[in-house]
Design a protein around this ligand. Structure first.
Ligand SMILES: C[S@@+](CC[C@H](N)C(=O)[O-])C[C@H]1O[C@@H](n2cnc3c(N)ncnc32)[C@H](O)[C@@H]1O
Length: 235
């Protein structure tokens, strides 16, 4: 199976590594692996009760990058539990640093391949919002099968979302946004979220801060599309 990320080998500087070694104890969840370093042992279950403050809504961001969106949101919503899933260690280290600087407690980081986290690590019907913002677009036709959100992703999202829980997606790569919109329109497990307009696009999610990826896309003249679909009630 192709994965949606490139294994990058950028190392942390000694200073960054020291800080990350300290902060990972505070924020990083210890995930037992199956085979690869970003895999997840299918028997492992993430304890959401251990994410401060221990109860309240759960928001999971997939591919959190440098952590700008999730750290800002966690700071603004201290009663909500946030989980950021990312494979790229320097991004996680940066996220932890930002979280520590902002005094954010209600955030845990998971270094793992997101579909595996959705398939087994997160309990069924445990997530109130699932965020995927600016996933790698995989623009070339021969690479589109590497896109994170595809037909196989939807049952995984359906599994973890509570009834009425919302999948939020944003992309500045129109063909990808259109592909995801079509998948969600056709999926029996999802219905348009209230604010979605006639054509299927949602208004810009106000809980999403402007990240470098969005800024770059807009500067290059690309239009950002948001999608918001709610998980249909289980039968
Ligand atoms: C283009 S960046 C966007 C980052 C961030 N969401 C933002 O808007 O700034 C996509 C991120 O998704 C991560 N990613 C890609 N596939 C992933 C996967 N299968 N599991 C976890 N993270 C993944 C990449 O490492 C990268 O940091």
């Amino acid at each position: 199976m192709p994965v949606s990320f490139v294994r990058r080998s950028r190392r942390l500087s000694d200073g960054q590594q020291r800080l990350w070694d300290e902060q990972r104890r505070r924020y990083l969840v210890d995930v037992p692996r199956a085979a690869a370093s970003t895999s997840v042992d299918p028997a492992y279950r993430l304890d959401l009760g251990a994410v401060p403050p221990g109860q309240g809504p759960v928001v999971v961001e997939i591919g959190s990058g440098q952590g700008d969106a999730v750290v800002a949101a966690a700071g603004a919503r201290p009663g909500t539990r946030f989980v950021a899933v990312e494979v790229y260690e320097p991004g996680l280290a940066h996220t932890a640093r930002q979280a520590a600087e902002a005094g954010v407690e209600n955030l845990r980081l998971v270094q793992a391949n997101a579909p595996e986290v959705l398939a087994s690590a997160l309990p069924e019907a445990s997530v109130d919002e699932l965020w995927v913002f600016f996933p790698d677009p995989w623009r070339k036709a021969r690479h589109t099968k590497r896109r994170l959100v595809d037909q196989a992703f939807l049952p995984l999202a359906e599994r973890v979302l509570v009834d009425g829980g919302v999948l939020r997606f944003a992309s500045d790569w129109e063909p990808y946004a259109e592909q995801v919109r079509e998948l969600l329109e056709a999926a029996s497990g999802f219905v348009r979220d209230g604010a979605t307009t006639e054509d299927g696009w949602a208004p810009r999610f106000e809980g999403r801060v402007l990240t470098g990826f969005e800024r770059k896309g807009t500067a290059a003249g690309r239009v950002v599309h948001d999608l918001a679909y709610a998980r249909a009630p289980r039968g």
